[in-house]
Ligand binder design. Sequence first.
Ligand SMILES: [Zn+2]
Length: 203
Amino acid sequence: MNTAVDAWLAWVPKWEPAAYRARTRLCRRCTGSPVLVASGIPEGTPHQVKHSLVSRVQRIVDRVVDDYTAEHLPMLHAELSGADMWRVAGYDPAAGLDPEYDGLDPDPEPTEAGQPFLFTMAGLAAESQPEPPLPRPPLSQAEKEQLRREIELADLRAADIGNEVCFSLMAHRPRIAAAIDRFVEPQVRAMLDDLSRNLEPPA
Ligand SMILES: [Zn+2]
């Protein structure tokens, strides 16, 4: 947790509103995220700044759940490795992204009319995706039940880790608030000032 917050604190000073665009679509990762509540990050903070923190914390949870699955949940582990198998060979636009972009739609939203993108990242990924492996024999009833049980256990583990992580994140609230005050707030204020200056009729 310390490492994740430290990494985020090191990233925040580099944040610039120039790269920031208002999102029209809701972010599935951030909306209602208990991580944001636990972090005490102010509601009005730009999405990218919040997303960057949520993604870093999410990676901690994912890693613990992955390890737990690999160690204790053989069927689910096999399912997930099978699903990964045909992703590794192709181009996955979401692979290896910095946490700031992790979980975001890889393609920018279409901007000005008449300027279509020559190709989209998602389209490229679809083209380079290898043929899926042959379907394997269907699961037996007992296997299905075991898989269902293992998914439940993985969910429970994720919820436990999520709680733990949020609890320990609360200890970092003062550092998080200080970083927002120092690096983000002034830039947002300057941006709003600019905006209102441009809206005022010339004297
Ligand atoms: Zn987000």
